[in-house]
Write a protein that binds this ligand. Structure first.
Ligand code: SF4
Length: 334
């Protein structure tokens, strides 16, 4: 870990000026409404900004206020979230909306925001700074990369202690008078300039003071030692159609992942199914699991209560697993 004393460079000033010159025009950057910022930050937790945009717009058009979200059924919220993945985020948004409605107003302090279901340090700092102007610096993977490179610090960012150290560094950079602009600027820098593979140092507003740039070590930073080896899994999804309808299976209400979602059955769900032909394959990753799914046309003779036949037009209105969505697209049904 680097512990250095030097004249503090005007990092915040340079970042904010660069950000104001021309950042990406993302819909959640045009507002400081806490509800809108909150929804966008939850969606951005595991998803790239460009992929979030259509979901963000659809979600706010369907649930324009916290009250509408709080009064919606979980199934409706999951259906709108379908395709975005990590569905506990949608469940937590709804749970938090119910708590906010009961409290009468969106919480306006960092700790109270942090207490909402599904909100961690990063999201609480983003909402507190952007919606309420509070001086809390954000720290996510992009920001960790910027700080580690700027400081030319090769400490292991998978260590909680090191991340806390970097949290202190970025908090020290923050301009307490402009926390919203500062946080958005440093996030923008990590997302568009200080890229993981090929940092665009020539375009970087803080390159003058960047120690990794001076040392030529940017490509080796940050250091993350604890890596989980990928696990490769082959699986089959059955596409069973009858009279223009598709057979879907509902996941158990107590399933650890995606409880209550509709999915395509596998041969394990329907041991009597007869597989006819494979129509294609697709890949899907969940954390370190790397799946290859083959989609096979099949017929089945029996099904229990957890199965239902859906006309294709109705499939968009139910929570659908991402793998089912990919398979049905492959089969040109969605
Ligand atoms: S100079 Fe390069 S490595 Fe340093 S912060 Fe800027 S983009 Fe990242």
């Amino acid at each position: 870990m680097a512990a250095r004393h030097r004249v503090k460079p005007p990092i915040a000033k340079a970042l904010i000026a660069w950000y104001r010159q021309g950042h990406r025009d993302l819909p959640w950057r045009r507002t400081n409404d806490p509800y809108h910022i909150w929804v966008s930050e939850i969606m951005l937790q595991q998803t790239r900004a460009q992929a979030v945009i259509p979901y963000y717009e659809k979600f706010l058009s369907r649930f324009p206020t916290i009250e509408v979200l709080a009064n919606a059924g979980e199934e409706d919220v999951l259906a709108v979230w379908s395709g975005l993945g990590y569905y506990s985020r949608a469940r937590n948004l709804r749970r938090a909306a119910i708590a906010i409605q009961a409290a009468g107003a969106f919480p306006s302090g960092y700790e109270a925001i942090r207490d909402l279901p599904g909100v961690g340090d990063y999201t609480a700092a983003a909402i507190a700074s952007i919606a309420f102007g509070l001086p809390h610096a954000v720290l996510d993977g992009n920001v960790l990369r910027v700080v580690a490179r700027f400081e030319n610090d090769a400490a292991d960012i998978s260590s909680e202690r090191i991340r806390e150290h970097f949290r202190g560094v970025i908090q020290g950079w923050l301009d307490p008078h402009e926390p919203a602009a500062f946080n958005q600027a440093v996030m923008e820098l990590g997302a568009t300039v200080c890229l993981a593979r090929n940092p665009l140092c020539l375009l970087c507003p803080i390159a003058t003071w960047c120690r990794a740039r001076q040392a030529g070590t940017a490509g080796q930073l940050p250091v993350k030692l604890r890596k989980t080896a990928p696990v490769r899994i082959d699986s089959v999804l059955l596409l069973i159609c009858r009279r223009g309808r598709v057979l879907l299976r509902r996941r158990e209400a107590n399933a650890r992942l995606m409880a209550g979602f509709w999915e395509l059955p596998t041969p394990e769900h329907l041991p009597g199914a007869r597989v006819r032909e494979t129509i294609g394959t697709f890949r899907h990753s969940i954390t370190h699991h790397r799946y290859t799914f083959a989609v096979a046309r099949a017929s089945a003779v029996a099904a229990c209560d957890c199965f239902r036949w859906f006309p294709p037009v109705e499939i968009g209105g139910v929570p659908l697993s991402t793998t089912a969505r990919k398979a049905l697209r492959l089969a040109a049904i969605l």
